[in-house]
Design a protein. Structure first.
Length: 335
């Protein structure tokens, strides 16, 4: 049986010219943020995208002039397709009679979910597994993508299986532990290379791990959304495997509503006041590099930390980390 897998993700502008329409698509989604009554959502989204586009274009110009999220998601899709279709030997369970094709469906930029669904149907896909690339479920992220998927598939005879979250999958946790451990090792090497005194894990060179998750409007969480609980669930699984000093903050606020706290900027300032000198940033809710890692953490937050006397480094993003791809493979096969 031929099975189609669609990886659902946010998407990102593929050029500076695409920034404004991307922002318009983003702010038009009432599941992310409600801009007045429904009839004003799109007019206000257009106004906001006009106002914010020039500043946002500047940010993208600092990371290569576009979002890398499509290229990375394409690499993830290729790696996952290869892993799903590889010959299984030894003690692994076989999936005789199944072959897989992996597609990409983006919520706010091309290839859009609805366009990918049409292509999948034309390609003969009648059994589809929808895998959100958001590890932690929120109505504003996974929920919005799944709603669009169900809307796009309503007129097609397709058997759809959805995977809304996988925040505590063992292989995903192992992948995060691996990048954190490697990040800590790199940090200690950096400290040793830049100090006359050898760095030690038992000295004042202690490294504090800052888990930075994408922020959401607080009212979404107050209404029962499981996002924060699942973030804490992921951190809980990580800290069962490694002993770390850790903190949690939220980044990427936008719009005049109350957001989850503390913000990453606020947390960095708080840690500076506490005398902490070394922070390893872990973008906990992201599985690939994009503007939130390459600009916000690597440029904005690193600069804030430096001005406060803190050395801030970031772990590598999961991207196509082998354990992460194995996690996605296992999630699909278990569906």
């Amino acid at each position: 049986m031929l099975v189609g897998v669609i990886l659902l993700n946010l998407g990102g502008p593929d050029s500076l010219q695409a920034v404004k329409p991307f922002l318009y698509n983003l702010f038009s989604d009432r599941q992310i943020i409600r801009l007045g009554p429904p009839f004003l959502q799109k007019p206000l989204a257009l106004l906001i995208s006009e106002i914010r586009s020039k500043k946002t274009q500047k940010y993208y110009s600092l990371i290569g002039g576009k979002s890398p999220i499509f290229d990375i998601t394409k690499a993830q899709a290729s790696a996952l397709e290869n892993a799903l279709n590889q010959t299984q030997k030894g003690n692994e369970q076989t999936d005789a009679g199944h072959s897989f094709r992996v597609y990409i469906g983006m919520r706010y930029w091309h290839p859009l979910i609805e366009d990918t669904v049409l292509q999948m149907y034309k390609d003969g896909m009648r059994k589809v597994v929808a895998l959100n690339l958001y590890p932690h479920y929120s109505v504003a992220t996974s929920g919005s993508s799944l709603a669009k998927l169900h809307e796009a598939t309503a007129d097609y005879d397709m058997d759809i299986s959805c995977i809304p979250s996988w925040f505590n999958h063992p292989l995903y946790i192992n992948a995060l532990v691996d990048i954190i451990e490697k990040g800590i090792d790199s940090f200690h090497k950096h400290l040793s290379d830049n100090s006359a005194v050898p760095a030690s894990k038992n000295t004042g060179n202690d490294i504090h791990v800052l888990f930075s998750a994408h922020s959401l409007p607080k009212k979404i969480i107050d209404s029962g959304d499981p996002y924060v609980d699942q973030i804490m669930g992921t951190i809980g699984e990580i800290t069962k495997k490694i002993s770390i000093n850790w903190h949690l903050s939220y980044q990427s606020r936008s719009g005049p509503v109350q957001w989850l706290e503390p913000s990453t900027e606020e947390k960095i300032a708080e840690l500076a006041k506490a005398g902490i000198k070394n922070i390893l940033a872990v973008p906990i809710s992201f599985v690939s590099d994009h503007i939130e890692t390459l600009y916000e953490i690597d440029i904005l937050y690193k600069g804030i930390a430096e001005r406060l006397g803190i050395t801030l480094m970031r772990v590598d993003s999961l991207n196509t980390h082998p354990l992460f791809i194995e996690a996605l493979r296992d999630i699909v096969l278990q569906t």
